[in-house]
Design a protein around this ligand. Sequence first.
Ligand code: CTP
Ligand code: ZN
Length: 160
Amino acid sequence: EAGDARNTREDHQLRVSKIRDGTVIDHVRGGQALNVLAILGIDGSEGEELSVGMNVPSDRLARKDIVKVEGRELSQDEVDVLSLIAPDATINIVRDYEVIEKHRVERPEVVEGVLSCPNSGCITTGGEPVSSRFDVLSDGVRCAYCETIVRDGIAALIDT
Ligand code: CTP
Ligand code: ZN
């Protein structure tokens, strides 16, 4: 085998090494890994152990991102929002180095109470006890109250 090919693969393994226990979010659209971290509320400041690969070659997508988080499982709300920016993602649960569960994300029809509407005149943002509700479109989300549509920048709407 050519040394170059071997070196490339070893580099790749070094870049995104296996994890012991946690979650691997794989087949994320190239360039979306930092938004995945935003959705999970991970900025590294709490010592979270994580690996991020960006724009790595993939057989399914032209280029993919991959996020591996040690010691963390995802809530359904988190997976629902992830599906909006990474519709082809697979969530792999790893225990003791083995993938014990793998599933594709599914786009929900609505997301409630997770995103906040960017329209300051919206009833959901005015201090009324109305929680947010967005209909999921093929290319974005639409506020069910004021009909504001957001296509890019969905991660920035995450209610923290
Ligand atoms: N993985 C990891 N740590 C482990 C086990 C797996 O980081 N201890 C990662 C792999 O590197 C891969 C993903 O989890 O990115 C899924 O692992 P696996 O199912 O073994 O790989 P594939 O069969 O290639 O997955 P798929 O068919 O979903 O592409
Ligand atoms: Zn609204």
